[in-house]
Design a protein around this ligand. Sequence first.
Ligand code: NDP
Length: 253
Amino acid sequence: MISLHTFNLIVIGWIIAGLITFPLTLSITAPYGRHTKKGWGPLINNRIAWILMEAPVLMIFALLFLLGPNPKSITTWIFFALFMIHYVHRVFIFPLRIRTKGKKMPVSVMLMAVCFNLINGFLIGYWFGFLSHAYPLSWLSDPRFIIGVLVFIAGMVINIHSDQVLLDLRKGGRTGYSIPYGGFFRYISCPNFFGEILEWSGYALLTWCLPTLSFLVWTIINLVPRALDHHRWYNNSFPDYPTGRKAILPYIL
Ligand code: NDP
């Protein structure tokens, strides 16, 4: 079993690794979706890649949480439920709804995502299953928990709604890309990423621990550069792209 001290060092190391990686993710455009390009090795069906790269986090988190010796409380079951709701949607619902027929993703990108997801799923699951201090029932009335849950839910609603707007752009067999409107698209190009970051900010707040903070840091490191790339791409591709829109943070970035 990993000691609390070693575990904390691993998580801090993982956060530092993320911060070191950030300039790299800012300078290299992740080559999937609209940014797919040759030179990243063999390709795999887009839908299958999504399932394969997101499933590990769900499995490893659930296994460690459920099999770990830590006593479960109503509070930790709520942590478990919120995490699982997000990932059941991400693994079993989102990939089946995307309209990317014939599209492929580099296997290398998928494998990087698998590693990223395994590490995050391991750290969060191991924390709750093996190491975390007891989260008592009184934690449910702590402002960090209450605000965190509200932020998490708001983020999930924005994320799912925004992904839905994007998927609807290809209704009726349409392919290619068009300008999304409505909801938070009024303010930013990538409200789905904004919602995802809100979700994990809420989760870090409501669980108040290092592993969920490290997951938030890595989510920001992944999604802010992708949002900047998408925003640049929209502006270059559509002369009539709404000028007031920012990339990921309304009015700011
Ligand atoms: P995108 O916004 O790039 O794409 C989402 C879907 O909508 C894709 O199927 C895409 O098709 C389609 N789409 C996007 N824009 C348009 C448009 N203008 N017109 C028509 N169709 C469009 O998101 P990602 O694929 O990168 O991510 C999907 C989800 O996964 C998001 O909710 C995101 O938050 C989450 N995610 C979370 C990460 C994390 O670190 N926690 C990391 C990466 C993603 P196509 O694929 O053909 O471009």
